[in-house]
Design a protein around this ligand. Structure first.
Ligand code: SF4
Length: 347
């Protein structure tokens, strides 16, 4: 493949910091920009979409029966290890729980995901360099087999939002003409999205562990390296009027969909594997000290914050804890687009 050919087709590609032995930068597609371009040019559908599958995704929260204990999922790889131990050892859930309101929130997330998967498939339609597979209702099941002892293994399942095959622009010098990747969609709250836009995912973010677990599972299952994941995030609280203002006072409208390429992190993946082994060979929750706790100073002293305030087991973990309702002023600086009427504009 000649370079000029790639430069023409790589209008929406980005240079990403690589990992591994080469440690160099790599060109990968900026899928959020491609989706934006497709959304700015609405028109006839180019792909076949399975509308009954989309309908099933939209209504699945009405029949969801999850909420049991004792099972583990790869999507929970970044969850507090002690909370996972409570679940594995079948403790009764007595903290924050799912209710009617959260069913609506999850359903809106499913609807958003169904729309963005359809929009991504449309954006990539006819693009042989970037192929999205196993997305939407046809998600692939991946797993990690965790040895418990000489005779027993536990299989931990996961369902990435999609997998991708990308033609490596460096294929003329690479051992790997195709880059295998995980595709993950996230609807984020105002604060989470702002942080994602500013810094991307850090390795302390639960989503980071989830996608590392998926990359590891895909690599082991396919026996082909899956060294990348693309996380595409939607800011669900966006008003459509947020702007970025640079130091020269120039501004432009912010798009509420952005993505980040994340390389495989082998040390982190080994830690995920080891955590599952520790959990599966444990006999008691107290083998896992509390990694989080209440604020120790400030006006929130004594109060549990995320993730504990959203934990299904906080009353076991912090006996005597209880809920109160109080006014919260959690103001964030936001640059917003305003519409100004010039003097005399009302004549
Ligand atoms: S309350 Fe906090 S520390 Fe305790 S299990 Fe839940 S998340 Fe972990």
């Amino acid at each position: 493949m000649l370079w000029w050919h790639w430069t023409k087709e790589m209008k929406n590609w980005m240079s990403v910091e690589g990992s591994g032995p080469r440690g160099t930068r790599l060109w990968l597609p900026d899928i959020a920009s491609m989706v934006r371009e497709r959304l700015e040019n609405t028109g006839e559908l180019k792909e076949e979409h399975n509308f009954s599958d989309i309908g099933r995704l939209v209504t699945r929260q009405l029949s969801d029966t999850r909420g049991g204990t004792g099972s583990m999922r790869l999507s929970e790889a970044g969850k507090c290890i002690r909370a996972r131990a409570y679940s594995l050892h079948h403790w009764e859930k007595n903290g924050h729980g799912r209710d009617a309101g959260s069913s609506i929130t999850f359903a809106i997330g499913d609807i958003t995901e169904a729309f963005l998967v359809a929009a991504t498939r449309e954006a990539l339609s006819g693009n042989d360099n970037v192929v999205l597979k196993n997305a939407g209702a046809g998600q692939k099941e991946v797993y990690l087999d965790i040895p418990i002892n000489e005779n027993r293994t536990a299989r931990i399942l996961g369902h990435p939002d999609g997998t991708m095959h990308i033609k490596n622009p460096d294929s003329w010098e690479s051992q790997h003409p195709t880059i295998n990747a995980i595709f993950e969609l996230k609807s984020m709250s105002d604060y989470g999205f702002k942080m994602f836009r500013k810094n991307g995912l850090s390795n302390s973010d639960p989503y980071y562990a989830q996608i590392q677990a998926y990359m590891l599972a895909e690599t082991i299952m396919t026996e082909a390296p899956c060294n990348w994941a693309y996380v595409m995030a939607f800011g669900k609280s966006s008003s459509g009027m947020e702007a970025h203002i640079n130091n020269d006072g120039e501004w432009w409208k912010l798009f509420p969909l952005i993505g980040q390429w994340i390389p495989a992190d082998r040390d982190f993946q080994e830690g995920i594997f080891a955590d599952y082994q520790r959990l599966l060979t444990s006999t008691d929750v107290e083998q896992f000290p509390r990694p989080h706790g209440p604020a120790i100073k400030g006006k929130n002293k004594g109060k549990l914050r995320f993730p504990c305030s959203y934990c299904a087991y906080y009353k076991h973990c912090f006996p005597g804890s209880y809920q109160v309702a109080e006014e919260s002023k959690w103001l964030q600086k936001v640059d917003k687009i305003q519409v100004v009427v010039p003097e005399g504009g009302m004549k």
